[in-house]
Structure formats: structure tokens, C-alpha cells
Design a protein around this ligand. Sequence first.
Ligand code: HAM
Length: 419
Amino acid sequence: MAAEGFQTARGTRDVLWPESWQMEAMRDLALSWAARFGYTLIETPIVEKSGVFLRLGETTDIVQHERYRFVDAGGEDLTLRPEGTAAVARAFIQHGFAEAPQPVRLCYFGPMFRRERPEAGRYRQHTQFGAELYGSDSPLADAEVILLALGLVDMAGLKQPEARINSIGCQVCRPAYRQALIEFFSQRQDQLCADCQVRLRQNPLRLLDCKVDVALREDAPDVQAFWCDDCRNHITAVIDLIREAGYRIERDRHLVRGLDYYTRTVFEVGHPTLGRQVALFGGGRYDGLTAGLNGPWVPAVGFGMGIERLLSALPAPLPMPVAARVYVAHLPHFEREGYRLARDLRAQGFAADSDLLDRSLKAQLKEAGRRATIAVIVGGREWADGLVTVRDLGRAEQETVERDQLANYLRQKIQEDQA
Ligand code: HAM
């Protein structure tokens, strides 16, 4: 029981073993998979000047209601990052990546903060793995980031993800679509929820993904009828490339996503185990976000993936490290010898620990059974003769081994056990 008043803040949690290991394993898997595509890791600060995230859109939930924004003791207006894309765009400009050979491929793995209503799979601190590809407006770039994300989900062992994609048009064709939506929903304004009344004026596309007004959107105009030739060719090519790689993906005409920076491609991938409202990853194209942050205009596309969600959906955990922990137990008065032997074994590459509580041999072996696969027992006459006892805790077998041969013996034994 935690002491009253000292528990994790609402919507946050401690990550305990073995989940903490699962997170690390997923980080390794994600970064090494991304490296195969040429993505290099970028770690931006967890706090940014608040202005960086204002570009996500005044009507965006994570800007409007969900920001952890504060003024520090020096009067600086800062925000805990709610997502990675704007922070990476800021870094892209700051380090002059626009002058580097294009495309520039960056990926990140770390915590994001949103003051959302906590529920299953929704935290106020969550972990995202994301990838951002700069400098290409080709549909090949969109397909690359989607296939990177789908490939990771697949490698982690989660099969048959449900991928949805849409194009929300571009500066050329979106204005007419926007107007058509305003007209459509204005005629039904009395039926709209309070949020959508506001969205109708500020960002009518968001009416399409309202969780309340789902019936109303069925008859709303389809963006497909408004696409310019470039947008139509682009989305068609992306879908073809994903399918060609063996994945299922469907167009969802109601998919618009919650961030204002998107243009053309938007996508979201879920899994039946998570429920329809909960996405594993989402992303899209955001050409020119860099220009909004006072940098050069650069085309870009990327995704962000919720790692807690991915882990919770896996049918089986990622492989755990092989437990070859050696526990050094000691006979009475040989505590120091046990301690030193454990220290030497660690120096020789073994995971080893020893008793620090001067317990009875019986109590030590009980502890060893919980923590180790091998116990080394030191002390008594044996120690004086240069010998130790090695007990295989799984098989309940034991052997006497010469102390100076112990490392070789253990190495061989662990190898045999792992084979
Ligand atoms: P997003 O859809 O807001 O996109 O978040 C990406 C993913 O992060 C979601 O699909 C979900 O898996 C996870 N996620 C978001 N909020 C939470 C939460 N409260 N609790 C647990 N998991 C969560 C972005 O953030 C964009 N930056 C993605 C992107 C990258 N677009 C272009 N490049």
C-alpha cells in the first residue's frame, strides 16, 4: 500500500519489471529495424518553448486542453512535449538539416505528455516510437514510413493489424472540400454536439472524426470527389505500394486525424484487441510544417506509435534475457569469501550476486532458487582445499569444482543449458 498522498500522478504509472524490460526490448527492436531503413536516432528535449507546439493548430485538442504548459522560475514559457513531430521539425531547422543531402530520416523513442482523460490504453505520460522522413514528396516516402511501422508491428509478433488511410487533399483541392463540409453540416447544425458547433467554424474536417456525431457524417461529402489529380495519383500510389508489400489497407473517408499540420496522406493503424477507438500508430504527410516554424519549406511524412499499446496487444512477450544468474551462497563465516567470488565472477562476465544478510545456507539457497539458475556454495574444508560446490538449481544436481576452474566450468554449463 502506498502512503496516502504519495502515489503516481493521475494518468501516469511506474513501469516495473518485467514490463520495463519489454520496453527496452521494444526500443532495441524499433531502433535496429529503423536503422535498416537508414533512420538515425534523434533525442530532442522533453521540454520545448511553448511556441513549438502552438503550430500543431489552435483547434487541436493537445494544444487547447491537454498541454502541460508552465512558466519556469526564469519566466520562460515551456511545454512538456505532447508529440515528437513538431520538436523534430524544430531540430531539423535549428541544425540546418535542409542543407544536408536529402532525404533526411530521423527516428525517436521516448515519453510524451498529454493531459487526457485516463482510460484503458490512454495515459498522461505515454511512450512513442516515431519516424520522420524529410525532403521527399514522393508517394514512395509515405509508403516507406507506413511499411516501417507495419514491419515493426509484425516483427514484434502482432499479426493482422487494421490499417486505414485517407487523403485530406492539399492547398489546391482542400478549400473546396472544406466549403462543402461547412455547407453540409451547417444545414444540420442543430443536430451537432457542442464541440462540433465550434469545429464547424474553426476546422470543419474534424467533424468527420467526432465520436458523438457518427450518424450524421454518413451522408457527408466524400473528399475523394474533390481530390486534384496530384492528390488522387498520390494516394492511389501509396495504397498500391502498401498492398504490394503484402499488407491490407483500406481507405477510410472519415479519417482526418486530430493534428492540423497534415496535408494529403493521413493513416491510422489499430488492432482488434485494442478496440476501435484506440490506435497503435498514426501519422501522415505534413509538407511545410518547417515553414510554419520559420524554417525553409520542406516536404515531410512520418508516424508515431504508442509503445504501451503495442506491448499490451502482443500475443506473447518479447524474448526475455536468458536467466543465467549465479548466486554465491556461503557457509557460516565465509560471507566475505562469497562476496569476493561474486565480484570476481562479475568481472569475468557473469551475472552474479551473493548474500548480504548473513543468512543460513538454507535461507540463501531458497533465495538463490528465486533469483538464479546456478548456486555456487563456498566455505568449510572445501574452500581451504581450493574447491567450491556448484549446484544446478533447476535439476537439483551438484558437483565439486576447482576454484580456479570455476569460470570455465560455469561458461560451459551455461552454454550447454542454452543450447
Ligand atoms: P498521435 O496519433 O497523436 O500522432 O499519436 C501517435 C500514437 O501515440 C497514437 O496512435 C497512440 O498509439 C499513441 N498515443 C497517443 N496518445 C496516447 C495516450 N494518451 N496514451 C497512450 N498512447 C497514446 C502524433 O503524435 C503524431 N506526432 C504522429 C506523426 C508523426 N505524424 C507525423 N509524424
